[in-house]
Design a protein around this ligand. Structure first.
Ligand code: PLP
Length: 419
């Protein structure tokens, strides 16, 4: 486009933007929350447990009382299917997997893994953060004082050339955050080769750990779901079972904040973690575990529930994808992911424009995740990545919000090109 053409386009976009602004919208696409209808899917769970229910576990333990610090065997079995880890290597815990991740980092910092000095006493320790990634992961390790090292995300997962180099050369690199299936926010699933390379890592640090947060393991949205290779089995083949710690929860299967979370790890790691947890709690909420078991019954019950979630969510992802394609396709101002599952779509706008897009949207009443949030320290070096969370608003609101979003992406691009 000539400067004149571009300037006309900008004037037109500005006009359309002003019209949106005048509508006084109040829409939110910031966080990956289930919509109310999704929560309704689990209402039966609140009736599944009552005073007439059998409240004893298969072991004979009374679930109303203290005991069973690693959770109900039936719950660990159910998680075993979700996580691909032996039930005996799983702890079914409380209501939040992020909580278990925090505790695992905390355990490393204060007490250490593999008989090494606690991370907190080893100096300037570092953590690898594949980016764009999940802001709360990065925040946990920032909170504990790690230096956060950005690792580029590729369509196959973290750039393993970079990971291998950093991990094998630097004893101060202690871990890496991974969301291996339907990654937050790009929605990609790690390739088989990536998983194999993780299992074959030869870290300089004996106490290096892979934090494998499989939060979206059953959150498929299409008939052609992604398949993730089982890291636990790959590690067993390589004799590297001590490398990964696995996390999962039912937050986006039943109720966020009132679901059940689990951690899976090798015998060696579990010995350390179980000791740590034994000081922290006498045991998890087993009644909530029982409630989940009565409601879902088994892994098939979970998969059935996920089909219902999919029915509600797939049209929303499609609505966002359609808007992006129809409004921005072929214009060279943005590229985006088209995931087969999970909770997010990741949009990359022109370098230097993400903050501007988010603030234009905000001024016109549409809240997005802060630009930069998907990178360590909240700083996107290219200022280009925006996480779109399509799950919460209804489709009609989502379409309006995306219309505005697409105008803002183009407006910010025109402003950049004219400056
Ligand atoms: N892990 C990832 C990748 C997430 O996206 C989220 C929530 O958005 C969580 C963990 C939080 O899980 P929980 O509710 O089990 O703490």
């Amino acid at each position: 486009m000539s400067e004149k053409e571009l300037s006309d386009v900008r004037a037109d976009l500005q006009e359309r933007y002003n019209q949106f602004k005048a509508r006084g919208l109040k829409l939110n696409m910031a966080r990956g929350k289930p919509e109310t209808e999704q929560l309704q899917l689990s209402m039966g769970m609140l009736d599944a447990l009552n005073s007439a229910s059998d409240l004893y576990a298969s072991t004979g333990d009374d679930c109303r009382n203290y005991g069973m610090p690693y959770g109900l065997p039936e719950m660990r079995e159910l998680f075993s299917h979700m996580m691909g880890v032996d039930a005996s290597n799983i702890i079914a815990g409380g209501n939040s997997s992020l909580n278990m991740m925090f505790d695992t980092v905390s355990c490393g910092v204060t007490h250490g893994f593999s008989g090494c000095l606690p991370w907190g006493r080893q100096g300037a320790v570092k953590f690898l953060c594949p980016s764009p990634g999940y802001d709360r992961h990065f925040a946990v390790t920032e909170y504990f004082g790690f230096e956060l090292i950005t690792v580029p995300m590729l369509p196959t997962g973290p750039d393993m050339d970079v990971v291998e180099k950093l991990v094998s050369n630097d004893e101060l690199v202690k871990g890496i955050w991974c969301v291996p299936k339907y990654s937050n926010p790009t929605g990609i699933t790690y390739s088989d080769e990536t998983v194999r390379r993780f299992a074959a890592l030869k870290p300089a640090a004996k106490d290096f750990r892979i934090f494998w947060d499989n939060a979206y393991c059953v959150h498929d949205l299409t008939d052609t779901p992604d398949q993730l290779l089982n890291l636990w089995l790959e590690c067993k083949k390589n004799g590297t079972e001590d490398l990964p710690v696995f996390f999962v929860s039912t937050s986006k299967i039943s109720f966020p904040g009132a679901g059940v979370a689990a951690l899976g790890a090798s015998d060696n790691n579990l010995a350390v973690l179980k000791k740590h947890f034994s000081y922290e709690t006498i045991g998890p909420d087993k009644l909530n575990q029982l409630r989940h078991l009565y409601f879902f019954k088994d892994y098939d019950g979970i998969l059935e529930q996920m089909k219902k979630h999919r029915k509600l969510l797939a049209p929303k992802f499609k609505a966002v994808a359609n808007k992006l394609e129809s409004e921005l396709g072929g214009k060279g101002v943005a590229c985006w992911t088209n995931p087969n599952g999970g909770y997010f779509i990741s949009v990359d706008v022109l370098n230097g424009c993400a903050k501007r897009v988010v603030s234009l949207c905000k001024e016109a009443g549409v809240t997005l995740t802060n630009a930069g949030a998907t990178f360590p320290y909240g700083k996107d070096p290219n200022d280009s990545n925006i996480r779109v969370a399509p799950t919460y608003p209804p489709v009609d609101e989502l379409e309006v919000a995306m219309d505005l979003f697409c105008i803002c992406v183009q407006l910010a691009a025109a402003e950049k090109l004219l400056n």
